[in-house]
Design a protein around this ligand. Structure first.
Ligand SMILES: Cc1ncc(COP(=O)(O)O)c(C=O)c1O
Length: 377
């Protein structure tokens, strides 16, 4: 049993036909349609598609003009690119530990990490549960610190009734196949800020800044855009956008099914000692990943359980990594594992259980049975 499986059907095929029949396959009208569907759903003014959430985060760092000498607050338990986006532009990620109950930034620890060079906070909505945006914004706003929402896992998630992606200055989404909506690879930057949106649009498209004023009203065949920025090619293709449009059309169904299965897992696991279940759904959790913690026995016991489940053909993965322990960051900044003990504990003792559209009750029962057996080994 795979840890996840995307749901594709005739809708994606029809949408792909629309794209291929049109003969337009690079960023174009379907990318625009995909962007509008994300913007509408997440109630933001601008949504700009990119090749991945990693490139969305990179563009966010560029758009905010983060640079050498700047510091960026990043949770210590997240995918590495939440921190890499600061490194890409020469800024320094400053790690802050997470709350094991939510896997998200612990707002009580943010203030201690803020200094005169702090320019941004990357608020990660890990596994689909929104980060505590109210305290984060209360810390950031008076200090003019920008907030990037790493919403890689959080399509469809909302915080206090408001969709994520428009709560901070910029939101970054992923459409990798482990995510609820997938385009194979893909990402999106969201923002309500016109100037930031213009910078993102330029930097994802080679730094193009549009036609000269004189040519705008009457473009000629020989008119060429000016390039005032050093940009990149981080455009999504219309082929990927075609899949994204069909996926967004079924988002409510995907979310409802995922939530029902997550709540069923929570019921099944309620009586299982030694396991900490993820936070319950009322906090806007969409369960992009269903991640449990094994209470006793540390990494050794957790690994034994995962080995046991693998023998029964049940795929699992650790939640994500403690970024401060990864070679690049540990070496560059001389970080020690014990500096962020909760992140280390979460990496060492977390297990992501399979959860995918079409998963049957029998499959879920099998996962829980094998987990319980593993706990007894
Ligand atoms: C929290 C977080 N941020 C960023 C990313 C990067 O997304 P992508 O694979 O689309 O670059 C991921 C992917 O797993 C993630 O989980």
């Amino acid at each position: 049993m795979q840890i996840t499986r995307p749901l594709f059907d005739e809708d994606e095929i029809r949408s792909l036909h629309r794209c291929l029949d049109s003969g337009w396959v690079t960023q174009g009208p379907l990318t625009g349609e995909f962007e509008r569907s994300v913007a509408q759903r997440h109630r933001v003014k601008h949504a700009l598609a990119t090749t991945s959430c990693t490139s969305a985060l990179h563009l966010a760092a560029i758009a905010l003009d983060l640079k050498a000498g700047d510091e960026v607050i990043v949770p210590a338990f997240t995918w590495i690119t939440s921190a890499n986006c600061a490194e890409y532009v020469g800024a320094r990620p400053v790690f802050v530990d997470v709350d094991a109950a939510t896997f998200n930034l612990d707002p009580r620890q943010i203030e201690a990490a803020i200094g005169p060079r702090t320019r941004a906070i990357v608020a990660v909505h890990l596994f689909g549960l929104p980060a505590p945006m109210k305290p984060i914004l209360e810390i950031a706003r008076p200090r003019r610190i920008s907030v990037i929402e790493d919403a890689a896992c959080a399509i469809g998630s909302s915080y206090a009734g408001q969709p994520v992606g428009g709560l901070g200055d910029l939101g970054c989404f992923s459409f990798h196949p482990r995510k609820i909506v997938t385009t194979g690879e893909g990402g999106m930057v969201t923002t309500n800020d016109d100037a930031l949106a213009a910078r993102i649009a330029s930097f994802r498209n080679h730094g193009a800044t549009g036609l000269r004023q004189a040519e705008r009203d009457n473009p000629r065949p020989y008119s060429m855009a000016t390039f005032d920025n050093l940009g990149y090619n981080l455009r999504l293709s219309d082929i990927q956008a075609a899949v994204g449009i069909a996926q967004m059309n079924k988002l409510d169904r995907l979310l409802a099914e995922r939530r029902a299965k997550a709540l069923r897992y929570l019921r099944l696991l309620a009586g299982v000692g030694d396991v900490v279940s993820p936070a319950a759904g009322e906090q806007g959790h969409t369960y992009q990943s269903f991640v449990i913690l094994v209470r006793e026995g540390g990494r050794t016991r957790r690994n034994r359980i995962m080995d046991h489940m693998q023998q029964l053909d049940i795929q699992t993965r650790p939640g994500t990594h403690a970024v401060h322990r990864l070679g690049y960051y540990a070496v560059k900044y001389g970080l020690r594992p014990e500096q962020f003990p909760v992140a280390s504990l979460c990496e060492d003792t977390s297990i992501t259980l399979p959860l995918f559209p079409g998963m049957t009750d029998a499959e879920q029962d099998l996962v829980v049975e094998s987990l319980v057996e593993g706990l007894r080994l």
